[in-house]
Design a protein around this ligand. Structure first.
Ligand code: IMP
Length: 427
């Protein structure tokens, strides 16, 4: 048995979809454990591009069991469209399993997300407006609707009617906008229920059975460490736990069942949404990285803010998720730069900080302290062997390992599955 959790170490968009897809070759089961359709995973297989938001990217293999765990919040309209999209492209979706204990993202969650972002004005969080915050809020406040409620016709109608009365009051009386119609929403969700019902199971049970049977299980995190509700740049975070602990809660497995945790990190840093970003490059180099790396959001199309690799952030991710190794992506994007900078600490009011601060007021004032290493000018995207990398690229990787305090297991040098160099075995 082997179980591996894949997490993002930065602000999301590190290339987790590609790394999960690569590792899924050796897995029997792939499990999503948190987040919702705010995530966007792009995977390229034999030149064909797939964009997924909810379904684990393991679905692109014929024979993997793919699980949407209890910790995910599911927008059924998106899920049903994704199933259809995969079926139209000839993919087998019969291996999808959906937790009966997962919560639903309802149409009013999306509406509230939009209204609340608007109301925050200049202090907006830059959410994806997919209703994620309001859905997790309802879950925590015990107003949520779960997949198992949806499958019980009477229970669902009763719970929906109660919640809609409260939400419509808020929408009409407080925000002065239109409410939702119970009959219409119920009919829409009945259609969804019929489509998803064959996939619904107790996913914690089947994951634990797979582990006990000695199968390889891969847990796929969405977003990244700095978007974690507890360990991220609060309040500029998402409402779930993308760190490794989230896998236990969001999949229903004990921490004793996790063998390895791989942190995916870009060779530089990017961020969508608002909030402080110490190594952000607002000039020419930042634009160059954005264009070369096609740094535009999969879910919203927004341009991503780009900057140098920050190993203060990496060390934070290593600590809070107990990373056993790194998967470094987009090394090819840095090719062509004369010098590459790596942030190893922050200067704050004359002091050197080596650990990531929690206060955003402190973070805003932090000036990155850089080391410079020479770049390389050859195209590395076709290489298959670590030994063939230019010496400058190897030196860069070595320095990242030293500063992060953890080894690099995988290096990604392009979008294709095959453009991945293995340094150490993961499964
Ligand atoms: P929410 O998850 O839509 O509530 O957005 C909260 C913050 O997380 C915003 O800064 C979003 O841009 C960010 N975010 C959410 N999902 C992703 C993702 O998959 N990649 C990168 N950023 C994300």
């Amino acid at each position: 048995m082997s179980s591996v959790v894949v997490v993002g170490t930065q602000w999301g968009d590190e290339g987790k979809g590609k790394i999960t897809d690569f590792l899924a070759r050796k897995a029997h089961m792939v499990v999503r454990y948190q987040g919702g359709s705010n995530a966007g995973h792009t995977v390229v297989v034999d030149g064909e591009e797939f964009r997924l938001h909810l379904i684990p990217s393991g679905i692109l293999y014929e024979d993997k069991i793919c699980v949407i765990g209890n910790g995910v919040v599911i927008e059924l309209g998106v899920l049903v469209r994704e199933l259809q999209y995969l079926q139209e492209r000839g993919k087998n979706t019969s291996n999808l399993r959906i937790s009966d204990n997962a919560h639903l993202v309802m149409p009013y969650h999306r509406r509230l997300d939009e209204i609340e972002e608007e109301q925050r004005g200049e202090d907006r969080l830059g959410t994806t407006k997919r209703g994620i915050g309001p859905a997790y809020r309802d879950k925590a406040a015990r107003f949520g609707l779960r997949v198992c409620d949806l499958l019980e016709r009477e229970t669902f109608r009763k719970k929906l009617a109660t919640r809609l009365e409260q939400v419509n009051h808020l929408l009409c009386q407080v925000y002065g906008t239109e409410g939702f119609d119970l009959e219409e929403m119920e009919a829409e969700f009945r259609r969804y229920a019929d489509i998803i019902e064959p996939h619904v199971v107790d996913t914690s049970l089947i994951i634990n059975q797979a582990l006990d049977a000695g199968q390889n299980v891969l847990f796929e995190g969405a977003q990244g460490t700095l978007l974690d509700l507890d360990h991220g740049t609060y309040p500029y975070v998402t409402s779930s736990h993308p760190t490794a602990g989230g896998a236990c809660i969001g999949a229903g497995v004990g921490p004793t069942k996790i063998d390895r945790v791989i942190g995916v990190t870009k060779a530089y840093t990017s961020r969508v949404g608002d909030g402080p970003f110490p190594t952000e490059l607002t000039g020419e180099t930042g634009d160059w990285i954005r264009e070369k790396g096609h740094e535009y959001g999969t879910t919203t199309g927004r341009p991503r803010r780009c900057g140098w690799l920050d190993t203060v952030i990496l060390r934070h991710a290593v600590r809070v998720s107990g990373l056993t190794g790194l998967a470094l992506t987009r090394l090819d994007t840095l090719g062509g730069l004369k010098e590459i900078k790596i942030c190893r600490g922050y200067r704050y009011r004359g002091r050197l900080l080596t650990e990531f601060p929690h206060s955003l007021d402190v973070l805003k004032e932090c000036e990155p302290v850089y080391e410079e290493v020479p770049g390389w000018d050859i195209d590395i995207s076709h290489l298959t062997d670590y030994d063939d990398l230019p010496v400058e690229a190897k030196n860069y990787l070595q320095r990242v390992e030293e500063l992060a305090g953890v080894k690099i297991d995988l290096v990604s040098i392009g979008r294709e599955r095959a453009q991945t160099i293995s340094l150490h075995r993961v499964f």
